[in-house]
Ligand binder design. Structure first.
Ligand code: SR1
Length: 349
C-alpha cells in the first residue's frame, strides 16, 4: 500500500508525450506490428456506465488509446448483463483486434469472451473474473484497498464499534473487499455489524441514501460505516447529512474523484478516509494491456494498479481540491508502470 506522502517521485515512464500521438491509421515508428502501421480497433464493453469512477476510467482508456493511435469504441452496458453480452458479440462482428470487458456478470460473459478469443481477438478483463487463463485480469488490489480503509477505521475508532456496511454481492471488487471486511470482524470481535445494505443501479448514491436512512433509523447506535465504493459513500453522507447525524458517524470508503474530494474535505464531513487508485490510470493500464496482447507481448495475467490511502486530514492539510492536485502532489497516484513497454507512449493526465 502506498501511503499519502507528498514529494514521492513517480516511477520513470517513457518520455513520449500525447503531443506526438499518431492519428488513427498512422503507425508508431519502432512499434511492433500492427502498431507500426496503425489502424488498430479496440472495443471497451462496460457494465456500469454511470458515476465518476467509470467516467474517469473511460477517459483514461480513451487517452491511452489516442496515444497508441487506437480507434477505441466504448459500449455502455447500463447494468444490463444481456446487453453487455450482445455488445461483446457486436464488437466481434465489427472486427476489432481487442476487447476490454469492464465489470459484468461472469456467467453472462464467459462464452462470448471465449468466442472472441476463438476469432483471434485479444481480451482483457477489468474487475470481472472470467476464469480464463488467456484473459488477463486488471484490478486495483482490492484486498490491499480494503485493508487500508479498514486499518484507518480501526486507527480512528479502536477495535470496538457498531458498524454499518454497504455491500452488493456479485461484483468482483466488492466481493474481494468483502473478504477483508469479514476477516477484520473475525480478528476484532468488538466490531459489530449492526446492519448491511446497498444497491448498484443507475442512481446508486440516492438509492444507498434511502437505504442508509432506514438502517440508521433502525440502528441509531451505528458510529462507523464501511462503504467501499464512492457512490455508496456519497449515499451514506447524503443520508447522515439529511438526518443531522454527520457529527456522530465516520465513513470509510474506496475510490476518489474531484467531487468526492469536495465531499470529504467539506467542513463537518463524516467521510474521513478512502483508499483509491486514479481510475483514469486504471483505464490507461487496461488499454496498454490489450495493446501488448495485440502486439504479441505478455502483459502478465494479474495486472495490479496499487491503491493509495487518502484521509480527510491530508486533503485539508495539503489543500488538495481535485484529482489533478492529487496527481501533482502524489505522483505514485497519477501513474502506474503496469503493462508498459518502451514502444507504448505515455498518456499524459
Ligand atoms: C459495483 S463495483 C464498484 C467498484 O468498481 C471499481 O472497482 C471501483 O473501485 C468501484 O468501487
Amino acid at each position: 500500500m502506498k501511503r499519502f506522502a507528498l514529494g514521492i517521485a513517480g516511477a520513470g515512464l517513457m518520455a513520449t508525450s500525447l503531443l506526438g500521438a499518431p492519428a488513427y491509421g498512422e503507425g508508431i515508428a519502432g512499434a511492433p506490428a500492427p502498431f507500426d502501421k496503425g489502424g488498430v480497433k479496440v472495443a471497451l464493453v462496460t457494465f456500469i456506465s454511470a458515476g465518476d469512477f467509470f467516467q474517469s476510467y473511460q477517459a483514461g482508456a480513451q487517452k491511452q488509446a489516442k496515444a497508441l493511435g487506437i480507434d477505441l469504441q466504448i459500449f455502455s452496458g447500463r447494468q444490463d448483463a444481456a446487453a453487455q453480452r450482445e455488445q461483446v458479440e457486436q464488437a466481434i462482428n465489427l472486427g476489432v483486434q481487442g476487447i476490454i470487458i469492464d465489470h459484468g456478470q461472469p456467467e453472462a460473459l464467459k462464452d462470448v469472451a471465449q468466442k472472441a478469443l476463438d476469432a483471434g481477438i485479444k481480451v482483457v478483463a477489468f474487475d470481472v473474473d472470467l476464469g480464463n487463463p488467456a484473459i488477463p485480469q486488471v484490478e486495483q488490489s482490492d484486498h490491499e484497498l480494503a485493508k487500508a480503509a479498514l486499518g484507518q477505521a480501526i486507527a480512528d475508532n479502536g477495535t470496538s464499534f457498531n458498524a454499518g456496511y454497504v455491500y452488493v454481492a456479485g461484483f468482483a471488487p466488492l466481493d474481494r473487499r468483502n473478504e477483508i471486511w469479514e476477516e477484520a470482524k473475525k480478528a476484532n470481535p468488538g466490531i459489530v455489524e449492526k446492519a448491511r445494505w446497498g444497491a448498484v443501479n443507475d442512481t446508486t448514491a440516492s438509492s444507498t441514501a434511502d437505504q442508509t436512512k432506514a438502517a440508521f433509523q433502525a440502528n441509531p447506535d451505528i458510529t462507523v460505516v464501511f462503504a467501499p465504493y464512492d457512490e455508496f459513500a456519497r449515499g451514506v453522507k447524503l443520508a447522515t447529512d439529511e438526518l443531522g447525524i454527520s457529527d456522530k458517524v465516520k465513513i470509510y470508503s474506496a475510490d476518489i474523484s474531484t467531487a468526492d474530494i469536495t465531499e470529504i474535505a467539506a467542513e463537518g464531513s463524516p467521510w474521513v478516509a478512502t483508499a483509491a487508485t486514479n481510475p483514469a490510470v486504471v483505464g490507461e493500464v487496461s488499454v496498454r494491456a490489450v495493446a501488448k496482447l495485440i502486439a504479441g507481448e505478455d502483459p502478465g495475467h494479474n495486472i495490479i494498479v496499487k491503491p493509495v490511502l487518502i484521509t480527510q486530514k491530508e486533503l485539508r492539510d495539503n489543500a488538495i481540491k481535485t484529482v489533478e492536485d492529487l496527481n501533482a502532489k502524489l505522483p505514485a497516484f497519477g501513474k502506474s508502470d503496469a503493462a508498459t513497454a518502451s514502444w507504448i507512449p505515455v498518456a499524459t493526465q
